[in-house]
Each structure stands twice: as C-alpha cells, then as structure tokens.
Design a protein around this ligand. Sequence first.
Ligand code: GLU
Length: 549
Amino acid sequence: MDLKKLASRLIPDEDLPSLADCERAYPPRDLPEGAEVTRLAPSPTGFIHLGNLYSALADERAAHTTGGVFYLRIEDTDEKRKVEGAVESVIRSLDYFGLRFDEGAEIDGENAYGPYYQRRRAQIYRAFAKDLLERGLAYPCFCTEDELNETRRVQTENKEITGYYGKYAKCRGLSEEQIYKNLDAGMPFVIRLKSQGDVSVKHSFRDAIKGSITVTENDQDVVILKSDGIPTYHFAHAIDDHFMRTTLVIRGEEWLSSLPIHIELFKVLGFPLPRYGHTCSLMKVDGGTKRKLSKRKDPELSLDFYRAAGYYPAAVIKYLMTILNSNFEEWSAKNPEKDYTQFPFSGTTMCKSVALCDLDKLNDVSRDELAKLSPEETYVFLRTWADEFGTDADKKHFADKDYMISVLALVTGAGQKKRRKDIVRAEQGVRLVDYFFDDTFAPEYDFRSEKQAVRAMLTGFAAIYDANDGNAEWFEKLKLAAGKAGFATDNASYKASPESFSGSVSDAAEAVRIAVTGSPNSPDLCTIMRILGAERSLARMARAAESLQ
Ligand code: GLU
C-alpha cells in the first residue's frame, strides 16, 4: 500500500509543520537539574472541584519546590461537552486558593510553549497523525456509531474486554481498494492507532506517587483523530506533554486505566515518556463505610462550597496538604510559624491509596489558621466574604471599619495571652458578631435564675453602670448589684448555703451577659459593654428586664 499517498488523501493539509520544526519551536527547557515541569490540564467540560484542586496542589508543589514550572493547559478538544465559563472558573478558583501558574492559558507574558488551548494546536496534532499514517502505525476507520455499539454489545455478552482491538478492529485490515472506495463514497472516518501491543505482556512501572505498579500492554486501536479532524485527549496530551516539556504528569487515579495507551502513544511518537504520578480519589466516611466523594451527594466536592461558606483559602490548602502528605501534619505541628510552602514536599510521601476528607478536620485547621490573623486581617477576610455573599445588613456592619475592628479584636482575643478560636469560617464569623449591631441583635432570652432576681439584677446594675469604669470597678459594681438582688457576692458564702441566695455571682453576671449579648457565652462582658457603649448596653438591659414583667 502506498502509505504516503493514503496519508495525503486522509490529511491533505499542506501547511503542516514538520516534526523537526516542532522540536525546534519547543526546545527542551533551560532549567536546573531536578526542576519539575508540571501542568494542570483541565477539560472545560464542567466546574473544577476539590479533587482537581488536590492534584493541582501536588503539581504546584512539585514544580515550585524544585525551581520548575507549573502551567495551565486547556484541553478543549471536546466541543460538544464544553461549558461556558469553565476556563474562567478554573483560573479564578486557583487564584482564590493562592495557587499560581507560571505560564499557560490566559497568562500574560512570555508564553513560549503555547498556544495552551489544544484547539489552537490542531496543525501539530495533524502533522503527527499524518506521520503515523505514513509509517503504517495508524489507519482510517469507517465504522459507524451503530456498528461500534453492536461490537460493544457482543463483547459485553461474551464477557470480553470492550473496545476496538484484535478481531473486533474491523477496519484495521481494510484493503487499499476498499479504503479508497469508502473515501470516494464520502464516508466519514476517524484515524486510529494501529496498536503494536500485546495484552499478555505486563511491565512493571514506577508511578511517582503509587510506587511500583504493573501495567499491561495496550492492544486497543484507540482513536487519535476524530472525524472532525480534532484529536482525542489521549493523542493530544502526549504531543503536548512532550512539546511543553512536561517532566511529571500528576493526575487523578481514574487515568491509571489509560496509562497503557499513553505509554504506547509516546513510544510510537518517538517521545521519551514523562514521569506519571496518580493521586488517589477523595473519599469520605459515610455511615461507617468509605466511599468516593460524589458530585450529587456531597456539596463539599465543589470549590464554590468553600468560597460560599467562607473557608479561609489558606486553611483549605493546608487541609489538603494534610490529606496529600502523610507527614505534613507532624511537620506543621513542629513548625507552627512556617507556611505550607516551606514544607519539604515529595511525591513519595504522598497518599497512595485513600485520601480521606473530613470537614471536622478542616474546621479545626481553619480555626487555627484564622486565629493567626490580626483583627485587621480578619476584618479584610470577613468583609471580602460579606461583600460577595453577605446580607445588606452585613455589608452595612463592615462599613464601620473602626467599630468592627474593635469588635474583632475582642472576639479573636488578638494580643491577649490566649487567642480565642471561635471563628471557623467567614459566614459563621459574620453571624458571630451580629449581636454587636442593633439591627441584627435578636435575643431569645433564656435566663436560668429566678425572674424577679434577674430583673432586680438588671435594673440595679444598670443604675450604677459607668462605661468609664475599668474591669475591676465594673466587677465591684456587678457584685454590689448582685448582692442587692439576692445573689451571693462571693463563692464561699454561696457554696456554704446555696439555698439562701438567688444564685452565685457568676449567675448574676450571666444574667447581664444574656441581656446584653443574647447568649450565656461570650468574650469579656465588660469590654463588650464598653464597645457597645453605655446607651446601647443600658437599653438592652432595660429591654431584657421588661421581658420579665
Ligand atoms: N483533560 C483531562 C481532565 O480534565 C486531564 C487529564 C490529565 O491530567 O492528563 O481530566
């Protein structure tokens, strides 16, 4: 068969680059020894989720801990499944979580290895497909969708591996005459790899994350160019990873089953194989068993969930690092002041089998991370959330910056011996300070002491309260009012005969706390009253006392 002639008939383009042109246009990168070139290569067919962020973090760390390059390539070969806005969502999400690309789609500056949208690289893929045709390593296939479905049905019925291989590869052995007859008849065709592999041969393969695994040779004649002349993911990624000079491909373990195909494609294309590392799937415990996180059942798989709930981005990353690397948590505990970027990242310590997600764990990490922020930083974080997701009232509260910062200084315990860790995420943090504002102060009083005594305590204390008092004077006055209202003024006398009193001095303080904040738990009450101001504090005590009439 005249393969050159056939290749030109199937791919008639005259302006294709030569293979040597491509090698020259995308030369090996000039990077230090050991530097990794990694990529995030999303298909814009849906929105990026926690699993993608997890792999992206591994890619980013692998590149940036070795002085390498982390780039973004958009695998947009599937036009039918394209989702508007998906590329922007990837870029915005990674930016939100602080992961930075060095080059790639939509990144300004020197983009020497681009274009980074696969649709814009069609000529390169066609040049290589043509070369495979000329070398007899690819062939046209005219099978229709119906024929392929029928083959699959037979294979499934016979409990055989499905696909286009061996005796099922009907077009693999077409005669030259038949091929031209089909072409002359205008029959649509795809180009398939003419696999040289043998499934009875197994090789051991070193996965950069999972370690030694066994890989069976590929014998599937996979499609490399679809009928519209656009490549499949398998073919395009091999060519791109070669010419973008990727050294390490980190991707989800759902791609492990395609690895044999990829190994063969690199081989027939004459490219050295990059290293591959397959990350494990994100799982969660559900009703005593572990299962994969699912789009349908688990809102926490979506990255928007974390933004909307106001998780602190650095906390989500730190939490992912904990799942990703078995030794990160210990390192982090030993180096509390260090940033995750200082962690000596290595693929070999990455999780190999089950990456277990747990929101309680994330909440703990988040609480700790937020407790490191200054009141000003906390303000910026909460305000950013409120601007996008908050109510009108929230936005109004944040407009009074000085007042809010004094509230946050108290609520976070910044500058005090022991930091409070009450804020877990922005949404909850914003709700936590609602009681400092009259428009959102909606107490449901639940006084535990006897009504009359509480009323007497509130009116008595209101009468002598002075916002200029320091903590000690404030407490003296509180005790004075407590005594007059029938509460014990010291613990010893209360303990000696509790029945003689309406309650202890802490019960009296609790009554004031509930009146002023709506809750029996709060930071330092004297400071709260000072921040609220005398007028507002007294009005709240009066309102509570009235409710007890
Ligand atoms: N485009 C593929 C995806 O979105 C990328 C797989 C890979 O990283 O090689 O899943």
